[in-house]
Design a protein around this ligand. Structure first.
Ligand code: DX5
Ligand code: ZN
Length: 229
C-alpha cells in the first residue's frame, strides 16, 4: 500500500448481501471502489454481531485491492494475528476498546498490517495525540458504531483538529458513518481522505444489477472532490 491523500471510497460490506459477500466485493471493485471496508462486530463492544477472521479469510481472494478491517470488538489483542493471517491490509482498533491501545497498534504493525485507530463520536481528537507516530490511519466515527444506515453526526471541527495534529505524517483520516453525496463534501473539505459508505453505495443495486453501485460511488467521489456533474 502506498500512501496518498487522494479521496478513496471504501464501501462497507455491512450493507451488502451477507449470503453473497464474495460476489459483492468483486462487484463494488469492478464499479470503482478503492478500498473494501469490512466491519467486524462482537455483540459486546457494540450491540450487534457480524463475523470474524474466517469470513475475512474467505473474502480475501475476492478483493484485489485494500481490505480495510474495522474491529468493533473488545478485547482486540487476542485476535490481531488471526485478522492479519486472514489477509487484512489495514486493521483498525477502537481507542475505547481497552486500556492498551498503544500496545495494540504496535501489535498490528508487528503482525504486518497497517495500524488504524478509531474514535467514537464522544471521544475527543486528543485521545490519539500520543499515537500519531504509531498509526497509519485514524478512523473518525460519524455515527455511534454498531449499525449501518444511521444519521451522520457532523464532526467537522474534530476532523480539522486531527488534520492539524497529523501535519506531514503519512496518516490517513477515514470517516465512517452516514457518508453520502451530501455529507462527503463536508468531511473532504475538513481534511478526510478515506470515505467509508455502506447504505449510500449499496442502495438500488445488487450483484445482478451492479450499475447503481458505480453510480453511487461516482456521486460520492464527485461530491467529495467538489466536481458536480
Ligand atoms: C458502523 C460501521 C460503518 C457502517 C457505515 O458501525 O462501522 O462502517 O457500516 O454504514 P453507513 O454508510 O450506512 O452509515
Ligand atoms: Zn466501519
Amino acid at each position: 500500500m502506498t500512501f496518498d491523500r487522494a479521496i478513496k471510497i471504501a464501501p462497507s460490506i455491512l450493507a451488502a448481501d451477507f449470503a453473497n459477500f464474495g460476489a459483492e466485493c468483486e462487484a463494488i471493485e469492478a464499479q470503482g471502489a478503492d478500498w473494501v471496508h469490512v466491519d467486524v462486530m462482537d455483540g459486546h463492544f457494540v450491540p450487534n454481531i457480524t463475523f470474524g477472521p474466517a469470513t475475512c479469510a474467505a473474502l480475501r481472494p475476492h478483493i484485489k485491492g485494500v481490505m480495510d478491517v474495522h474491529l468493533m470488538i473488545a478485547p482486540v489483542d487476542p485476535y490481531i494475528e488471526a485478522f492479519a493471517q486472514a489477509g487484512a491490509d489495514v486493521i483498525t482498533a477502537h481507542v475505547e476498546a481497552g486500556p492498551h491501545i498503544h500496545r495494540t497498534l504496535q501489535a498490528i504493525s508487528a503482525a504486518g498490517a497497517k495500524a488504524g485507530v478509531a474514535l467514537n463520536p464522544g471521544t475527543p481528537a486528543h485521545a490519539v495525540a500520543d499515537l500519531l507516530d504509531l498509526t497509519d490511519l485514524i478512523c473518525l466515527m460519524t455515527v455511534n458504531p454498531g449499525f449501518g444506515g444511521q444519521k451522520f453526526i457532523d464532526m467537522g471541527d474534530k476532523i480539522r483538529s486531527l488534520r492539524a495534529m497529523i501535519g506531514d505524517r503519512p496518516v490517513h483520516i477515514e470517516i465512517d458513518g452516514g457518508v453520502d453525496p451530501d455529507t462527503a463534501p463536508l468531511v473532504a473539505r475538513a481534511g478526510a481522505d478515506v470515505l467509508v459508505a455502506g447504505s449510500a453505495v449499496f442502495k438500488g443495486g445488487s450483484v445482478d444489477n451492479p450499475g447503481p453501485y458505480g453510480d453511487n460511488i461516482r456521486a460520492i467521489r464527485q461530491a467529495a472532490s467538489g466536481v458536480y456533474t
